[in-house]
Design a protein around this ligand. Structure first.
Ligand code: SAH
Ligand code: SF4
Ligand code: F3S
Length: 446
């Protein structure tokens, strides 16, 4: 019987990518993937440290795993428990102290060493949270098939040091992979049936990897190179910082057909004072001007963003500035969070916390506005004919599910043979989280 590995990922797309690569590493060691944690010989929790709730979730999960591991041991099976990702990086030895059930702790830059850490863990608990000199990408096995849409990490780390954020500490300094390495990985993915690639990085538009001419390439250059990979029909990228929104990237939205008309550009707040206190290094107006430039390049672009409410010292008037910015710009989608103090970040030192009840009320108001915008955006799609990239079986038998260029989820009746194709679909109804449509005409290849 083959050994089995269960890998669960929390947090951002970069973590999702790392989880897929850890599954690749384990597959090379003879582990097949399982969705059933109870039958897993290796359990990997790929953790996120961004907010306290995310980090604490890991420990409750480990509590459940301790019981499972004991039950499996009683039945004569060994289980290795691995904590990977940003909590591993940030809390390292503390994890061993708090959770005796954990065998291996491995950081986001060292998971190519998972096989030796697992081997070592039979003698002693094994930890590797270094930022190794060798490049993990050079030591990872080739990627296995990843479905129709796959993430590809092109840039890691962050040098921005926003006052609230742990990423510069958990992921380290900003590094970009070379254009050649990204194009090669995109080629492997395309050969395995992938049609859409999400280029991901903590600050993806700060990308400056080595180009074919020996000079640094921009994200726009990289997008143009990936667009030439045969089989790749759609390209997306996330997450971007407003200050790195270059003219060539904005132009690419008008010029590269494979680049989808979506931009996730976190703004966090609409108040200039709060933005300065957050060390975001741009104003609300600067953000508005970027959006104008993007919209003049690609008028139908779908915008999404991230918001934090209740940053220390945020007043009612400052929160209102955020509401105004949202009302002025209009977002297709957004993530909004209550500020969570993170150990080691400058903002965590502040003593002017916003009371919990005020934070709750602000989050509710902001989410109400963002939800209304999202629903209006979805309703506006009804009656339109859109190109849907079919990714998987739909919710009901006979249905398939896919995404529009604007990243709206669509369900419609079609045979499973449509998976991987781009199908013109007329939208007939907007549900809460999904659109419903009917296929018209025949599928097109791309
Ligand atoms: N690199 C991206 C975002 C990374 S983290 C950027 O620059 O925007 C994803 C989101 O989590 C952030 O955009 C922010 O909205 C939120 N976030 C980060 N730290 C947080 C904290 N301490 N409390 C609440 N939300 C936080
Ligand atoms: Fe965090 Fe700011 Fe870097 Fe984004 S830009 S990862 S919010 S420090
Ligand atoms: Fe979380 Fe680390 Fe991503 S903290 S958001 S998993 S970079």
């Amino acid at each position: 019987m083959s050994k089995k590995a269960f890998v669960k990922s929390y947090g951002c797309q970069m973590n999702a990518y790392d989880a897929a690569r850890m599954a690749d590493v384990l597959a090379e060691q003879g582990f097949s993937a399982t969705d059933d944690v109870a039958e897993a010989d290796v359990v990997v929790l790929n953790t996120c440290h961004i907010r306290e709730k995310a980090a604490e979730k890991v420990y409750s999960e480990l509590g459940r795993l301790r019981v499972l591991k004991a039950a499996r041991r009683a039945a004569g099976h060994d289980t290795r428990i691995v904590v990977a990702g940003c909590v591993a990086q940030a809390e390292g030895p503390e994890i061993f102290a708090r959770a005796p059930t954990v065998d291996v702790v491995v950081g986001p830059q060292s998971y190519h060493r998972l096989p030796e850490l697992l081997a070592r863990s039979h003698e002693t608990r094994a930890r590797d949270t270094d930022f190794p000199v060798e490049d993990k990408f050079d030591h990872l096995p080739a990627r296995r098939t990843a479905g129709i849409s796959a993430f590809l990490t092109v840039q890691e780390g962050c040098d921005k040091f926003c006052a609230f954020c742990v990423v510069p500490y958990t992921r380290g300094a900003e590094v970009s992979r070379s254009v050649a390495a990204v194009v090669a990985e995109a080629g492997t993915l395309a050969a395995g049936g992938v049609r859409e690639i999400g280029l991901v990085g903590q600050n993806v538009n700060a990308y400056h990897g080595l180009g074919p001419d020996g000079r640094p390439a921009s994200l726009a250059d990289l997008i143009r190179a990936v667009a030439r990979v045969p089989g790749i029909a759609r390209i997306r990228y996330t997450t971007s910082h407003p200050n790195d929104m270059g003219d060539d990237l904005i132009a690419a939205h008008a010029e590269v057909p494979a680049l989808m008309p979506c931009l996730h550009l976190p703004v966090q707040s609409g108040s200039d004072r709060v933005l300065a206190a957050m060390n975001r290094r741009h104003t609300g107006d600067a953000y508005r001007r970027i959006i104008e430039r993007v919209r003049s390049s690609r008028p139908d672009i779908a915008l999404s963003s991230d918001f934090i409410v209740g940053f220390p010292g945020e007043t009612d008037a400052e929160f209102d500035a955020t509401m105004r910015l949202v009302a002025d710009i209009g977002f297709e989608a957004a993530y909004s969070f209550k500020y969570s103090p993170r150990p080691g970040t400058p903002a965590a030192e502040r003593t002017d916390a916003v009371p919990a009840a005020v934070m709750d009320a602000r989050l509710q108001a902001l989410q109400g506005l963002l939800d209304a915008q999202r629903h209006a955006y979805q309703r506006a799609a009804v009656g339109q004919v859109v190109a849907v990239l079919v990714e998987k079986a739909g919710r009901r038998p006979g249905q398939v599910a896919g995404k529009t260029p604007h990243l709206l989820a669509v369900q419609f009746d079609a045979p499973m043979s449509r998976i991987g194709q781009v199908v013109p679909v007329r939208i007939v109804e907007a549900g809460t989280n999904s659109l419903f449509g009917e296929a018209i005409g025949t599928a097109v290849a791309a």
